[in-house]
Design a binder for this molecule. Structure first.
Ligand code: FES
Length: 67
């Protein structure tokens, strides 16, 4: 059974421009991606109309929480 946090991550946007949900990014981080560039490779986020501003900031926050 999913925790409340996991369920919310399935609904929340990760990269709005590409329509990629937050849980996809979280899974990449759990599997060892530790930079924005690595997460881009694994999830295909970024490169959208915001020029990666929104999802780059979100990833920076998520990576900051890990340490
Ligand atoms: S939110 Fe990811 S490219 Fe715009």
């Amino acid at each position: 059974m999913l925790t409340e946090e996991e369920m919310l991550a399935r609904l929340k946007p990760g990269c709005i421009c590409k329509g990629i949900k937050l849980h996809i990014i979280l899974t990449a981080i759990e599997n060892g991606a530790d930079t924005y560039e690595e997460i881009v490779k694994r999830t295909n986020i970024g490169g959208g109309s915001c020029n990666s501003k929104r999802c780059r900031a979100k990833v920076a926050t998520l990576l900051g929480k890990q340490s």
